[in-house]
Structures are given as structure tokens and as C-alpha cells.
Design a protein around this ligand. Structure first.
Ligand code: AMP
Length: 234
């Protein structure tokens, strides 16, 4: 079924000049997204990791990547500056708009959003101070538990905050856990499993439906192939 839609999409959508812009951020998400594109035999016209250009056409497909900051991907997609985007679930949880669809978990850039702190009991008296760049998600998480906390907004090096007494704990992404360990911190709680998602502008879903659906089907097929290969390798 997916195969049939894919074939139809290839003929009626992507290959007949519909142009789609995909917002994506450099780094882990772009590099793992390119592995998916490779599976779909889609190549970049120039190397986005070395090019200074912020618009990278994809060869022969009427697609282009627009390179933006990770936290800006939902904004580009909501306002239609990009038809689609690849954004971490952490960014989507934090984003306050709702002008896009989220049809596909791309299963890339996997990590966890965690509460971490020193390997000692948290103070019981007073409001807990939590340092994070995920202010909304952190407020929501502790509010759901009925805990009143003071959220301290930082832009980076979160792990430092408990060490210098700025906060009692942090909310941050964890992949291998090496950064936490190197700073003597431990996971206290997992808030969410994170991976990058495909998001789609609502108007583009209507106006460029054939091309968008064809691309979703191709991505879904590439994801299936990746999962099959992974299972075979086990
Ligand atoms: P690790 O030491 O492997 O646990 O990685 C932790 C550091 O990498 C933290 O500074 C995180 O903010 C960052 N990080 C981990 N996973 C991701 C991801 N998927 N996307 C962006 N940053 C990440």
C-alpha cells in the first residue's frame, strides 16, 4: 500500500517540479537526516556542513533544505517560510504555536529529556530551583506533579548550575550520559524520550498535497528499511 502511494507520489508529486522547502538545523539532526535522504537516493547539490549557503538545493527533486537554528524550525514551518521541517521533540514540546502537523517520528537524534542533579537528596525546604533552557516544558512537568519550582533560564552549560549553587537541579537533554557523569550529576527523572519529527505547514499540506504526501511516503519507506536492516543486524 505504502509502495503504491510511493510510486504514485514519485510520478505525480516530487518528480514533476513541485518545490518543497525543508527547514533543518546543522549538526546531529542534519547529519542523521542526510542518511535518510541517502537511502532515498536524494543528494545535496552542495555539502551543507561546509557550505555557507543557507539554502541547499537537493539534486533533481524539486526539494531544498533551508538551514536554520534548531529552535527556529517550528517558526519557519508555522509561518510557511518552509513547507516542512525536521525538529527535535524537545523543541516542539517547548514551542507555543500549533500551526503545523507532526506526521512522522523520524527516529533520529534520539536522546532523553531528563531532570538531573547531584547524587544526594534534593533540599526539602523551600522551592526547588531548576536551571534549564526548556522553561515551558520544565514548568509544565513540575506543575503536573504539583511541585512549585523556580525555573532559572539558561542558554547553555546547564550542568554547571548545580555545581556552583545556582540551581538544585537541571532539565536537559542526555544522550550517552557522559556529560552528566563528567560533572558528577545523575539522572533523577526522565521527562520524555526525544527524537526528531517531521513537521508540515498546514497550508502546504493542502496546497502541495501530492508532493508532501509523496515525500512522507518516501521517508516512511526509508524508515522501514532502516528498521529492517537494524533488526537483521541483531
Ligand atoms: P551526552 O554527554 O552524550 O549525554 O550528551 C549531552 C549533551 O549533548 C548535552 O549538552 C545535551 O544538551 C546535548 N545533546 C544530547 N543529545 C542531543 C540531541 N539529540 N540534540 C541536541 N543536543 C543533544
Amino acid at each position: 500500500m505504502v509502495e503504491m502511494r510511493l510510486q504514485a507520489g514519485r510520478v505525480r508529486g516530487l518528480d514533476r517540479g513541485s518545490t518543497l522547502a525543508i527547514a533543518v538545523s546543522k549538526g546531529r539532526i542534519l547529519s542523521e537526516f542526510r542518511t535518510l535522504l541517502d537511502r532515498m537516493e536524494i543528494k545535496c547539490a552542495e555539502d551543507p556542513e561546509t557550505s555557507r549557503s543557507l539554502v541547499i538545493p537537493l539534486k533533481d527533486r524539486g526539494l531544498r533544505l533551508v538551514i536554520v537554528r534548531a529552535a527556529d524550525v517550528p517558526t519557519y514551518v508555522e509561518y510557511g517560510a518552509a513547507d516542512l521541517g525536521v525538529a527535535g521533540k524537545d523543541v516542539l514540546l517547548e514551542y507555543r504555536g500549533e500551526g503545523f502537523y507532526e506526521p512522522l517520528d523520524l527516529d533520529i537524534a534520539r536522546c532523553k529529556l531528563v531532570v538531573a542533579g547531584k547524587a544526594e537528596p534534593l533540599p526539602r525546604a523551600g522551592r526547588l530551583r531548576v536551571a534549564t533552557k526548556y522553561v515551558q516544558t520544565t514548568r509544565r512537568h513540575f506543575a503536573q506533579k504539583g511541585d512549585q519550582v523556580e525555573v532559572i533560564h539558561l542558554y547553555g552549560s546547564m550542568e554547571l548550575a548545580p555545581l556552583v549553587g545556582l540551581a538544585d537541579c537541571i532539565v536537559d537533554l542526555m544522550d550517552t550520559g557522559n556529560t552528566l557523569k563528567a560533572n558528577g550529576l545523575v539522572v533523577l527523572e526522565t521527562i520524555a524520550e526525544i527524537s526528531a519529527r517531521l513537521i508540515i505547514n498546514k497550508a502546504a499540506m493542502k496546497m502541495k498535497n501530492t508532493a508532501v504526501k509523496a515525500l512522507i511516503a518516501e521517508l516512511a519507506k526509508a524508515l522501514d528499511q532502516t528498521a529492517t536492516d537494524r533488526n537483521l543486524a541483531l
